[in-house]
Design a protein around this ligand. Structure first.
Ligand SMILES: Nc1ncnc2c1ncn2[C@@H]1O[C@H](COP(=O)(O)OP(=O)(O)OP(=O)(O)O)[C@@H](O)[C@H]1O
Length: 213
């Protein structure tokens, strides 16, 4: 499903990824741990096709991501800061990817309503993003990514910085949502317990380096 094959990346002459390899099976949820600055976010960006590797390649369903147009890659991302559009309502945020994909408005509305239900926020369509609580905004960010049914979801510390109670609640929800949607997911986190609770397999970026799997 995802094959990262000896990917190397340098920025300004400094090597950040050194022959990193990783294979993820279809519907597998992998958590990736590693010290700060070890290149985890960079690896997610390479898998998403945003950062081209200096050498090596990433195949998704056998196709090199750098050769597939962005809207056909089927890759969704979720970030720590959610990256919602602050001046738009919830429905516009959730439906954004569907609109970009040319889905008809009626289906956009139906799928948005369905995902708001799935993340536990039914009827939130007209709410303003700036008025959401931290947990609600996180759920909307997850819905916005998963509504497009991406075959791959990359999550960059999505639950970092939340208070403990909300964090633990969202760990349960994220595990359910990722497994229900049968997407292949790579979750970057610093939290070993979170990694264990959400993922089928936990890897360290160090063990992926140097051409190992
Ligand atoms: N576009 C860029 N230009 C230059 N340097 C970069 C760029 N992106 C990342 N870096 C550097 O590459 C290194 C790895 O960064 P990256 O964000 O991938 O690490 P990380 O493991 O995700 O770290 P953290 O856990 O702190 O988020 C860092 O030293 C960072 O400063």
């Amino acid at each position: 499903m995802i094959e990262v094959d000896r990917v190397s990346v340098s920025f300004d002459g400094v090597q950040v990824l050194d022959e990193v390899s990783l294979t993820a099976d279809r519907s597998e949820v992998i958590a990736m741990l590693g010290r700060s600055g070890s290149g985890k976010s960079t690896l997610l960006r390479v898998i998403a096709g945003i950062v081209p590797p200096d050498s090596g390649r990433v195949l998704i369903d056998g196709a090199d991501v750098t050769r597939v147009p962005t809207h056909r890659r089927g890759v969704g991302m979720v970030f720590q800061d959610n990256q919602l559009f602050p001046h738009r309502d919830v429905a516009t945020n959730v439906a954004f990817g569907l609109k970009m994909a040319g889905i008809a408005p009626a289906e956009q509305r139906a799928r948005t309503a369905d995902w708001l239900e799935r993340v536990g926020l039914p009827g939130f369509e007209r709410r303003r993003v700036t008025e959401l609580s931290g947990g609600e905004a996180k759920r909307i960010a997850l819905a916005r990514t998963l509504v497009t049914e991406p075959s791959v979801v990359l999550l960059d510390e999505p639950l970092t910085g939340l208070d403990r109670e909300l964090h633990d609640e969202l760990v349960v929800d994220l595990h359910r949502l990722l497994h229900e949607s049968e997407t292949t997911a790579i979750l970057v986190t610093h939290d070993v317990d979170e990694a264990d609770a959400i993922a089928d397999r936990v890897v360290s970026i160090d063990e992926l380096t140097g051409g190992q799997r």
